[in-house]
Design a protein around this ligand. Structure first.
Ligand SMILES: [Fe+2]
Length: 434
């Protein structure tokens, strides 16, 4: 990519993320923007100004070497200083001020982008710092989308329906032969520190589901009394099931003999062929045990997604090396729901595994740990401070994840009890040769 192409690509990605932040915050009135819709989330106006503040810190001050725009508000928007529950009580910028602030920062950033050589310093090499800020904004946009899902009231977001299932008969599982593969990346220019470096990992033979677990399959687990049968739950999972009185995915409720769900303000019957979403790690783990399987590990997921057994190399995405298009995956809030299982035939991996990228994040039975040779960059608070914490890995992105913030190597993590995120799962099992 030439330097000019790179600048255009950065500008396009910055604009795409800002368009989305604007859509998510313009969809509701000022009252709604400053309210806390759930203790788990920030007020939307906090996310907006925080997006601008991170952009100011990294691109205006650090990369650009410019004077601060609003140094006085750094502390308010430091996620490590104030847990989400505290944020509504802070003297935050009001919606008008927050919008003016992010606009002022963005104007300066475009000027910095025009004048900064994108080489010679690791932070700007291949536009890394700009890519990091694009990903940061898109990650907060997905968080804001989750806030929209938690908010009560009439629907304010609208989008076309995702594509239908392909209609083919797919095998329930595919076999992945044991052997080494290259996990992580040393080449992807905007990959974050925790995805690096590329390294060989040995994986035993295993079977993995061709598609994510559907609502219909999950309903069979509910109907079989899965939530009331301790056999399927780990010790911590059972304790949480009882503490939170879990009986179904979040946003589901019983309606006579059936179930309804609320999705961005719309109450609707549960679509049986859609991947289940809004389950926590413990629920995913219990379902897998009930089904006689288990959750995949993180190396298994990445091998099924990236490894091409014909060439012996790992791809950037399941389908190959080209960036995601709307034919490959359900990403970017283009649709407000996952597509039915079996959709996106062009997005399948070399093994024929579908919907690894897009639709729903997938819970994995792995903890968040650094790869061998990990180096924190550009700051410890991105990944390093979370290593070894009480987190489980999530891979592949959801319908609410932008293409800039997911790839075959992208790693996400969250507490195993989280249910408001757009997470589902698929199952795997060991290969036992007879
Ligand atoms: Fe942030």
């Amino acid at each position: 990519m030439t330097a000019i192409d790179l600048r255009f690509a950065i500008a396009e990605a910055l604009e795409r993320s800002r368009d989305r932040s604007t859509r998510l915050t313009d969809a509701v009135d000022d009252n709604d923007l400053v309210r806390q819709h759930s203790k788990l989330m920030s007020p939307l106006v906090w996310d907006l100004a925080h997006i601008g503040n991170q952009e100011e810190l990294w691109l205006v001050r650090d990369v650009g070497g410019r004077d601060p725009v609003r140094q006085d508000i750094d502390e308010l928007y430091d996620a490590f200083q104030h847990p989400r529950a505290e944020r509504p009580a802070l003297p935050l910028l009001n919606p008008t001020e927050a919008r003016a602030y992010v606009r002022e920062v963005r104007d300066k950033v475009f000027d910095v982008l025009d004048r900064t050589p994108l080489e010679g310093r690791k932070l700007v090499e291949n536009g890394f710092a700009f890519g990091m800020i694009v990903q940061h904004e898109q990650q907060h946009d997905e968080t804001m989308l989750a806030t929209h899902q938690l908010r009560t009231g009439a629907p304010v977001l609208h989008a076309p329906e995702p594509p239908a299932a392909s209609g083919e008969r797919l095998p329930a599982e595919v076999f992945v032969a044991g052997g080494p593969f290259e996990m992580g990346t040393s080449l992807e220019p905007w990959a974050l520190d925790n995805e690096r470096p590329a390294h060989q990992v040995q994986v035993d033979s295993f079977w993995i589901d061709t598609v994510p677990v559907s609502n219909g399959q999950y309903l069979a687990f509910i109907d079989a009394g899965g939530y009331d049968d301790q056999r399927w739950w780990s010790e911590r999972g059972w304790a949480y099931r009882n503490e939170a009185n879990l009986t179904a995915p979040r946003f589901w409720r019983r309606d006579g003999d059936g179930w309804l769900r609320t999705r961005f303000g719309v109450v609707e019957p549960i679509p049986l062929d859609e991947p289940v979403v809004h389950v926590c790690f413990w629920e995913a783990q219990a379902y897998a045990a009930w089904a006689g399987k288990r959750l995949p590990t993180e190396p298994e997921w990445e091998k099924a997604a990236r490894y091409d057994p014909e060439t012996g190399r790992s791809r950037r995405y399941p389908w190959g090396d080209e960036d995601p298009t709307p034919e490959h995956a359900n990403l970017g809030q283009r649709h407000l729901r996952p597509a039915p299982v079996g959709a996106y035939p062009l997005g399948q991996s070399a093994y024929g595994v579908r919907q690894l990228v897009g639709d729903v994040w997938e819970w994995l039975d792995s903890d968040f740990r650094p790869y061998p040779g990990f180096k924190a960059f550009p700051y410890k608070e991105y990944s390093e401070v979370f290593f070894g914490g009480d987190y489980k890995m999530l891979r592949g992105g959801s319908f609410g994840t932008d293409k800039a913030a997911v790839r075959g190597t992208f790693r996400n993590w969250d507490h195993p009890i989280r249910r408001q995120i757009f997470a589902g799962f698929r199952c795997a099992r060991d290969h036992r040769p007879d």
